[in-house]
Design a protein. Sequence first.
Length: 340
Amino acid sequence: MAKLDPEAHEVNARILYWGIDGAGKRTCLAGVYRKLRPDHRGEMHEVPSRFDPSTFYTVLPIELGDLGGTRTRIEIVSVPGGAEHAPTRKQLLDQVDGVVFVVDTRRECMEENLNSLEELSKALEDYGRSLEELPLVVQYNKCDLSEPLDIEDLHRRLALPGVTVFESTASEGTGLLPALSTISKKVIRVLRESSRSVPRTPLVADAPPAPEPLAAAPPAPEPEPEPLDAGPAPTEIDTSQAMEEAILAEAAHPDRDAVGSEAERAAWMLESDDWEHGADLEAPLGARISPALSIVSVGEATRADDRSVRVPLVLGDDDGETSTLVLTVRLDPLIDEGSD
């Protein structure tokens, strides 16, 4: 798989959607296909496995065009999930750049999810890699069919500290683009850092040093010229940030209005000292909840029980790193139901 080519100003990356059979991996790709503009995506197609021509995996190419002077392409792949397709899954991990681990959050699928994560870890080890070094996000899918406590229990058992997580209902197309934008941003950051760490080999042998000039009297010192105001230094364009904006700025995708309104409300509630008094205020997007953290996006609010609402938040720092937490808001009555 091609990587970042600084000379050609190109980025080519492959991201796998990994998970058990029926977790919704192909449905995720279909949802992404519907949300992205035609000029940003190719056609979904099925590719036969080289181990078994009767086994297919799904591929969706994404062409994001020129981002910060770099032509950016991503190939997202849905791996087959059956037990008999383990060789194909392992082969697809060869030279992969990032993984979206799609988790089926239904209670009866918990053990299968854990086994799938173990398979992923062992397959990476065979390639000399690890989960810790690979760009990874977890996408908890089928949240509409799951209980919040089951998801929290599953998250504890997966034991992936520091990994960004998202909740989604792929059949409805919710929660898909934030997960894709985050894993894409992680992948491009890793590719850029690895390309900078490789020393450049000179194409032409170094010329012999020039002979030293004969000693001469030093010239009289000249007065230093007044420094010119050159203006601010040029700012390097962050390709990974441009990618995230290109994916999330789709005007037609159905999450746009919901994410915007929920983000404004949640950001204001976390920042304001007056929210307990019920003031009707609005907050700007990207509001900070600490000197180092700000709210990047807010997922779809879901009802936890009769009086509680759960809202997933994606937080980001100034270095572009993100993490996810779930905010649970309990709405208690102001007057006891048993009182007069």
